[in-house]
Ligand binder design. Structure first.
Ligand SMILES: *Cc1c(COP(=O)(O)O)cnc(C)c1O
Length: 235
């Protein structure tokens, strides 16, 4: 058994159990393996287990990692950390997905930087916890932003992304995920064919699945606790 195999099986088991508990089909849930802070070898090990979608938070850390993994052709990279204006070109070059759109001007820069023909998948990030330190657009501005982003060329609006407050209180987790789910339905009712509701992490994926998540982003439950982020990696 490889280093991460047991953890990988455990996470899949949690996803399947959460689906069973709420009458959902496990086929409706994608797993994004979050590798921020972990080495390219961790990516290779998960890839060997069949994992294809990987999430990174920092553009610079990600591009270095991608370079050393360039022999693997079919990894789908998602940016799940906040994107700064000066990193939009690099991000549009190397990610298949940017899940953290929270401002229209950043989306416009991504659209301009992306080469024609190669659509960039995007999600609007919504601040569902209401904590000021968290990024994301305010819930009451999310539908309008999603509709504006969907009109931009080169971008494919796929859905909404959110991070719940860190709490053991499952009812509170579910209340916050429900906000995102309701916004997702509202954007769909406004005419956009969204298919991605990105919510749930190692600590709260069950609550997210119960509220309708289609993509869960899992790091530590797959790879162990993250090493401290070293200085100088850049954002
Ligand atoms: C780090 C991170 C994750 C994964 O968190 P874990 O608790 O390690 O599963 C998921 N989503 C985002 C946006 C993250 O920054």
């Amino acid at each position: 058994m490889s280093l991460y195999e047991k953890a990988w099986q455990d996470v899949h088991f949690r996803i399947v159990s959460a689906c069973r508990a709420t009458g959902r089909d496990p086929e409706q849930i994608r797993l994004l393996a979050v590798t921020k802070g972990f080495s390219p070898e961790a990516v290779r090990a998960a890839y060997a287990l069949g994992q294809r979608a990987f999430g990174e938070n920092y553009v610079q850390e990600a591009t270095v990692k991608m370079k050393s993994l360039s022999d693997i052709p079919d990894i789908e990279w998602h940016l799940i950390g906040p994107l700064q204006r000066n990193k939009t070109r690099a991000a549009s070059d190397c990610f298949a997905w940017v899940e953290t759109i929270s401002r229209l001007d950043i989306a416009q820069r991504l659209a301009t930087a992306r080469s024609p023909g190669a659509g960039l998948n995007v999600c609007v990030q919504v601040n569902i916890s209401g904590e000021s330190a968290k990024s994301g657009v305010a819930p009451d501005e999310a539908v309008a932003l999603a509709l504006s982003v969907a009109r931009l060329p080169q971008l494919t609006m796929r859905g909404l992304m959110g991070i719940a407050q860190e709490t053991q209180d499952v009812a509170r987790q579910r209340t916050q995920f429900r906000i995102l789910r309701q916004l997702f339905e509202a954007v769909r009712a406004a005419g956009l064919a969204l298919d991605t509701l990105s919510m749930g992490m190692s600590a709260d994926l069950e609550a997210a699945i119960a509220e309708g998540a289609t993509l869960v982003r899992v790091g530590s439950a797959l790879f162990g606790s993250r090493p401290q982020r070293s200085e100088g990696l850049g954002a």
